[in-house]
Ligand binder design. Structure first.
Ligand code: HEC
Length: 134
């Protein structure tokens, strides 16, 4: 979103060129058309995972995944940077836990996020948790 000014720069550049030189104009338009979506896609994807983590997960798991928050200690979250803990996790199980929630008998440990997050967002969060391993 924030990169839109790049596009404006490109169009300014185009309008400063000789308007009869349509080849140059075409090339510049093509370049702009190719790059703008790439830049937008790249930046919004990266922001989403971090944003989702902060918004939905960090209250319990902590920004750093160590779970050293008040809610985290109460809920009994494990240290996600711990290699041994990570070794016991399975990607597809993590995915289901985030999507459908996690229960300990009747007690809910983690609520389901399927109404708040898309499958792709959940996949990105699984990768995010994996990246926390020391
Ligand atoms: C209400 C507190 C709370 C929130 C909010 C929360 N979790 Fe959890 N989460 C837990 C608890 C408790 C566990 C079980 C203990 C553990 O494995 O740390 C858990 C377990 C997990 C696991 C391991 C699942 C498994 O299969 O063993 C993953 C992965 C996870 N959480 C990711 C997330 C993500 C991603 C979010 C945000 C979308 C999130 N959690 C939000 C409390 C929470």
């Amino acid at each position: 979103m924030l990169r839109v000014p790049n596009y404006d720069l490109a169009s300014q550049y185009v309008s400063s060129q000789n308007p009869t030189n349509s080849d140059t104009m075409k090339k510049i338009f093509l370049l702009a058309a190719m790059f703008v979506p790439l830049i937008l896609a790249g930046s919004s994807m990266a922001a989403d995972v971090a944003e989702n983590w902060t918004k939905h997960c960090a209250s319990c798991h902590g920004k750093d995944g160590k779970g050293q928050t008040k809610a985290g200690r109460m809920a009994g979250v494990k240290d996600q940077t711990d290699a041994q803990y990570q070794a016991g996790l399975k990607d597809d199980k993590m995915f289901t836990s985030i999507k459908e929630g996690l229960k300990d008998g009747a007690k809910e440990k983690m609520k389901p996020f399927k109404d708040k997050l898309s499958d792709d967002e959940i996949k990105a969060l699984v990768a995010q948790v994996r990246s926390l391993k020391k």
